[in-house]
Write a protein that binds this ligand. Structure first.
Ligand code: ACM
Length: 555
């Protein structure tokens, strides 16, 4: 697509001299992630109260998102014409269309043309239109992200011609809601910030030792008992959170109605939710509620601090698999996405070693060690997930003892090259680059208490998701990269946002933009404008992008 100027009647790219061919190190617009191709032209389009939005009726969702945002901050009435099906720009209009879109842009690509008298976003899919809207908003002054009317702003966007599409198809964030609970509206706040960054996979870590957070109708004790613990735990100040029930227990959970609403909220932002139900380890919260699925019969308590606990399912009991199949069946009904995450990490094997039933099972099945028993467990679950038309994904350890046939690996401690070169898809989230629970500064005295380690903004920005030693023919198995926020030390949303941003902003550029345009200085320049957007959106973030001291948000 080339945007046709309605007044000049000639192609914009020809009618206006390109004042710069945009590269990563120029003074160009502060778009994050940086588009694949952008030409900056002379002039600007000015939003006025008379600007009209034109959209075909099938593309209303992207239009709603745009007009809602524009109306709130500008106060302009901005009428919408929905009967319009055109691939030609319209004077004083913003046109959103799929008509005559360039299908080579792929399932998430778009073109955005801004001329002095018109704006047009053209994309082959609704996701592409949505991403075009995100870029358009970033071309306006950052005040556009205000929830309230702002006056005295010149609502101009520079004339550009953009062709854009993502480098990777998995651009993710994981949030651990087990160690600390974030309610539905807090999760939606994080989804909003993901959408701003064109991130598309939200990995929801719903169960772990310290809390079970998803209502399962068939097993009500999972949330009646497993969602609550004696206190906030992890040595944190009880006042650092408000997630208590009337009896003073710490915790919370999502009802199935909550989950459906969050899934719909995410879908409207073209974000797929990947639910994680941990097994066979990290399962104390489930076993407190249903100790009959453990090897020892309990008793169990929900641990109040981190570490690896003995919450491990009993694979020698067929009822365990019936329970897990039932749970997954409800999960399938709630989450329409392709991927179901089953954890699989840090499985403590001693309980299986000491269990005569598990040892007898291993003998019967010809399993040489507990790693093979783990693999046997995961393969059994993988068959169930596959039989329901979904794809199972698990952490690195699912490679131990042999990888299940259709499994996808989420690499946090290795295994990417081995898995990808045997034809498995892989998501990259290595601890050295993608763990947002690590400190952001070497000077810990000015930072909120964190789990340890150190990952700077620059480190995450330098991440190369494709392993160097992976033969070229397997590179397409690297689906993309994901940042993980484990929340042992993170009791509230303010703190979570501080740990996430701007490091997730850096990862968004790693996931979306061409490797060749990566430039930390230019990213840092654009980040200063992104910070102004965060301020308008009310998103907390670490303000300092070097290792200088920063304000401590936990105080
Ligand atoms: C993990 O960090 N235990 C996947």
């Amino acid at each position: 697509m080339k945007i046709k100027s309605p007044t000049a009647g000639i192609f914009l790219g020809v009618s206006l001299a390109a004042i710069s061919a945009f590269g990563a190190d120029t003074n160009g617009p502060a778009i994050i992630p940086l588009p694949q191709k952008m030409e900056l032209h002379a002039g600007a389009f000015k939003l006025t109260p008379d600007t009209r939005i034109y959209v075909d009726s099938a593309s209303r969702e992207a239009e709603f998102f745009l007009t809602d945002r524009l109306r709130k901050s500008t106060g302009y009435p901005l009428k919408t014409d929905t009967k319009f099906l055109s691939s030609t720009a319209i004077k004083n209009g913003i046109l959103l269309t799929t008509k005559d879109a360039n299908t080579n842009l792929g399932a998430e690509g778009y073109e955005l043309g801004i001329a002095p008298d018109s704006v047009m976003i053209c994309a082959p899919t609704q996701a592409g239109l949505f991403y075009g809207v995100q870029t358009l908003l970033q071309l306006l002054p950052p005040e556009i992200f205000s929830a309230n009317l702002i006056t005295n702003v010149d609502w101009q966007m520079p004339c550009v011609q953009i062709e854009d599409w993502p480098r990777f198809k998995w651009r993710g964030l994981m949030l651990d809601v087990s160690r600390h609970f974030y309610n539905k509206s807090q999760v939606e706040t994080i989804l909003d910030a993901m959408a701003l960054h064109k991130l598309n996979m939200f990995h929801w870590h719903l169960t772990d030792d310290q809390g079970w957070r998803i209502e399962i109708k068939k097993y009500p004790k999972l949330t009646q008992i497993g969602a609550w613990r004696a206190g906030v735990g992890f040595g944190l100040d009880p006042k650092s959170t408000t997630a208590y029930d009337p009896d003073g227990r710490y915790g919370g959970y999502y009802t199935q109605k909550d989950i459906r609403e969050v899934v719909a909220y995410a879908a409207a932002r073209h974000i797929t939710i990947v639910p994680e139900i941990e097994m066979p380890g990290h399962s104390s919260a489930a076993l407190v509620a249903y100790p009959q699925f453990s090897c020892t019969g309990g008793p169990f308590t929900i641990p109040l601090k981190g570490g690896v606990f003995n919450g491990i399912y009993n694979p020698a009991n067929d009822e365990t698999f019936k329970f897990l199949d039932d749970v997954l069946t409800e999960v399938f009904q709630l989450f329409p996405g392709k991927y179901i995450h089953i954890g699989g990490d840090e499985v403590p094997k001693d309980t299986w070693k000491n269990s005569p039933d598990c040892q007898a099972l291993m003998k019967r099945e010809g399993l040489k060690n507990e790693e093979e028993l783990q693999s046997w467990f995961i393969r059994r679950i993988e068959k169930f997930v596959s039989a329901h038309g979904r794809t199972m994904i698990g952490w690195s350890e699912i490679l131990q003892g042999g990888l299940a046939s259709n499994a996808v690996v989420m690499d946090w401690i290795g295994g990417a090259t081995e898995a990808a070169s045997s034809g498995h898809d892989v998501v990259m989230s290595p601890t050295g680059y993608c763990y947002l629970d690590l400190y952001q500064s070497k000077d810990r005295s000015t930072e909120p208490h964190a789990i340890g380690g150190f990952i700077s903004l620059g480190k995450i920005y330098s991440f190369a998701p494709t392993p160097e030693n992976l033969p070229k023919q397997y590179e397409s198995h690297i689906l993309g990269a994901q940042a993980n926020l484990w929340t042992e030390c993170i009791p509230n949303l303010n703190c979570a946002e501080y740990m996430i941003f701007p490091r997730l902003t850096a990862l968004a550029e790693v996931d979306w933009s061409p490797k060749s345009t990566r430039n930390f200085d230019d990213f840092s320049r654009r980040l200063q404008i992104e910070f102004q957007r965060f301020d308008r959106l009310g998103v907390n973030y670490r303000r300092i992008t070097t290792n200088a001291p920063a304000a401590n948000p936990a105080k």
